[in-house]
Every structure is written in structure tokens, then in C-alpha cells.
Design a protein around this ligand. Structure first.
Ligand code: ATP
Ligand code: MG
Length: 299
């Protein structure tokens, strides 16, 4: 590989991860000019460029050194890692960060009428999948001998067509399974989009860019998961209410003009604030609760 002084990231050209990937990089302050063939984006704000590709190609592009990083589903990365491991080699591409979007799971699904009592129920059956290495590794780990049938697409109709007895495919809501009279039997991998990179970081200018990008991604993810919570409560119950909040910065508690027994609480929390949280805090005495998104944060 020729030495490069610009960092190159592979992202999905279109599809489910395309827009959220570019959105994440934009939030990191990266600006791009797209080439006319729309396959390459030149980084204008930093020496970081994008290559727009099919998601299946991303782990290989990193392994070959064509790109330094990639944004890809854990399912695609883990499949490549499992395939490399099955050949007795060491995977050269690692997951650097989970990114919190594109969530789904890789699951075994069986026809409604099949009695599933655990992995051994699939012994001797044919299981269709686009993820042969992960599926085979799961069967091996469970000591079950099943036949893995590789299909490139429309895996969910294989049982109906008679080309397989069960499938191993991505599930998010499960509606595709229901539409094909299948039910989810076991999740073998929880997936989301991840930042993938070579096991060894480049030790030139690109290494510094990589560090900078990782710091910005961490900041963006932390902000996305952070909420500003504001509420009023009796002074006597405020400590108990603060304990009900998800972890975060130490809350600020201020007196309320004209209400000596009441105080206002303001806290930045990391993690989801659910209706359950609000209801629990209300029961503990809180009122006027507000939950606001955080735009930017600098400690
Ligand atoms: P490409 O043309 O780039 O090969 P694709 O058809 O293989 O695209 P998409 O359907 O866009 O891929 O899915 C990309 C990724 O989105 C998946 O690998 C997975 O990580 C994630 N994803 C999230 N939910 C789902 C879902 N319900 N079905 C499939 N993929 C999902
Ligand atoms: Mg694909």
C-alpha cells in the first residue's frame, strides 16, 4: 500500500446505514465534496475522505488497506471475522466503537409448526442464511450438526420453497418473519452499526486523525444519549428523587424564589429517561418535569 496522508472511511452508499453514517460524520464536523460519480467524497474540513460502497465490501476494504475505517453492521463485520477465523487465520479488522443506530439481531427462525426446544431441535436440518460463518460457528458452539445453506437474498422464503427447513437472518421488528409464517427461535448476535478499523492503527498523520475522529464520535454519542432533566420538588424529597435518575453529572439544586420548601433540580443524565422514570419521580414528589435533548457538551 502506498503511504497516505488522508484518512479514508468506507460507508454504505445507500441502504439503511448510508444516511445515518453520513449524518454521524457531519455531526463530527466533517464536510465533504462529492465526486461526480458519487462514489468518493473529498473531506474539505479535515483530511478525511469517504468511499461509498456496498456494505458487504467494507470489512474487505479495511483488511486490504484501501480504507482505514468503515461504518458497517456488526453482523457484516462479525461474519467476515468468523469466516477468517474458520480458515484458521487471525481477523485483521476490529470493532472500534458501537454507534447506536441500525439495531437488529441475527436470529434463527423456524416455521410456526416446528417444535423448537433449543439448538438441538435443528440437528440434521437445513438452515438457509446469508451469514454462513456465523451460523456454522453458532451450531458448532452448541454442538449441533446442521447443514448451512448459503443464500444471497430472500432467505425468508426458503422454508416455503422447500430449499431449507429453517433460516438464520436479520430481524428488527419481526414483521417479515410473521409474513412468512416463521417465528424467531434464538438470537445469535445483537447488531448495530459499528465503526470498524484495522487492528493496528496507522502510525503516520492518519493515526492522529483517527484519534481526533474517535474523540469526536465519543462526544457525539454521549450528547445523543444525554438529556437535560429539570423539575421542582419539596426540599425534603430531592435527594431521593435525584437517586431515581440515570447516571450523569451531579445535579444542580437551586432555591425557588417565594417557595422556601421547594427547590429546582437540573441534571444532565446519560441514558434514556423513560416514562417509568418520570412516573417514579412524580410519586416521590417531583412536579413540572421537563426532559430536553442536549445539543453540544464540553466538560
Ligand atoms: P448493500 O446494497 O449496501 O449491500 P444491503 O441490502 O446489504 O445493502 P441493508 O438492507 O441496507 O443492506 O442493511 C444494512 C444493514 O442495516 C444490515 O447489515 C444491518 O446491520 C442493518 N439492519 C438494521 N435493521 C435491519 C433489518 N430489519 N434488516 C436488515 N438489515 C438491518
Ligand atoms: Mg449488502
Amino acid at each position: 500500500m502506498k503511504p497516505r496522508d488522508r484518512l479514508r472511511i468506507a460507508v454504505q452508499k445507500s441502504g439503511r446505514l448510508g444516511d445515518p453514517s453520513q449524518d454521524l460524520l457531519a455531526r463530527c464536523g466533517l464536510k465533504f465534496r462529492q465526486s461526480r460519480d458519487k462514489l468518493f467524497c473529498f473531506g474539505e474540513s479535515l483530511a478525511i475522505d469517504l468511499l461509498l460502497v456496498r456494505d458487504d465490501d467494507i470489512p474487505g476494504l479495511i483488511a486490504d488497506g484501501v480504507c482505514d475505517l468503515g461504518i458497517v453492521g456488526r453482523n457484516v463485520l462479525a461474519e467476515q471475522q468468523a469466516a477468517v477465523a474458520a480458515r484458521g487465520e487471525t481477523p485483521a479488522v476490529d470493532e472500534l466503537r458501537p454507534l447506536g443506530f441500525g439495531r437488529c439481531r441475527l436470529s434463527i427462525a423456524v416455521p410456526q409448526e416446528l417444535d423448537y426446544a433449543g439448538p438441538s431441535s435443528l440437528a440434521g436440518l437445513r438452515v438457509a442464511t446469508t451469514y454462513p460463518a456465523l451460523t456454522a460457528a453458532w451450531f458448532a458452539a452448541n454442538g449441533v450438526d446442521a447443514k448451512v445453506v448459503l443464500l444471497k437474498g430472500s432467505v425468508e422464503i426458503a422454508p416455503k420453497l422447500g430449499t431449507a427447513d429453517a433460516i438464520c437472518d436479520l430481524v428488527s421488528t419481526g414483521s417479515t418473519l410473521v409474513a412468512n409464517q416463521l417465528r424467531e427461535a434464538a438470537a445469535i448476535l445483537d447488531s448495530e452499526a459499528v465503526l470498524a478499523g484495522a487492528g493496528v492503527a496507522p502510525n503516520d498523520e492518519r493515526g492522529e486523525l483517527l484519534e481526533l475522529l474517535l474523540r469526536r464520535i465519543d462526544g457525539v454519542i454521549q450528547v445523543r444519549e444525554s438529556k437535560l432533566v429539570m423539575l421542582h420538588a419539596p426540599r425534603a424529597s430531592i435527594a431521593g428523587i435525584a437517586r431515581l435518575l440515570p447516571p450523569g453529572q451531579r445535579p444542580t439544586i437551586t432555591p425557588i424564589e417565594g417557595s422556601p420548601d421547594e427547590v429546582a433540580l437540573q441534571a444532565v443524565c446519560h441514558g434514556a429517561i423513560t416514562w417509568q422514570h418520570l412516573e417514579d419521580m412524580k410519586r416521590a414528589g417531583a412536579s413540572g418535569m421537563l426532559v430536553l435533548p442536549v445539543e453540544k457538551m464540553l466538560a
